[in-house]
Design a protein around this ligand. Sequence first.
Ligand code: FES
Length: 166
Amino acid sequence: MSERETASLIPVLSAQELAAIDAEIAHVPYRAAVAIDALKIVQAHRGWVSDESLQAIARHLEMSAEELDGVATFYNLIYRRPVGEQVILLCNSISCWIKGCDRLQAKISSQLGIALGETTPDNRYTLLPVTCLGACDKAPVMLVGEELHEDLTEQALNRLFGEGET
Ligand code: FES
């Protein structure tokens, strides 16, 4: 058997990932209904969803990789490229925009030395824009990892990321 044939027999998804996806499938009438959950499960284990992982999930859900990629692209909390240990999601929708999210984004970029869409060289943070986080009355808002930061100020950013250059 060639090396390539052997490699194709090694499952891409772990037993743990498959068990978690199958547990979701048990609650729905057809496998593709758990597409987002399956993507989230794999992302929780790996930090992001590579092309190889996406293809394996699609096979398991009996859907095409293109269809599943469409779901992953539409749902902006699925990362299709590697991200840092913590993802900073800075809301740039209307309430946060009115309350100065642009200024805060410039400050974070200065503090961490990265633009939107980039990851710090030490792989600690990735900075991404996000549409409404559902806390508009507390704008401006950002999510760092699992933690929501509301009524965000430059002082709060200093506490989180250091003074930076601004
Ligand atoms: S507009 Fe930013 S949380 Fe809704």
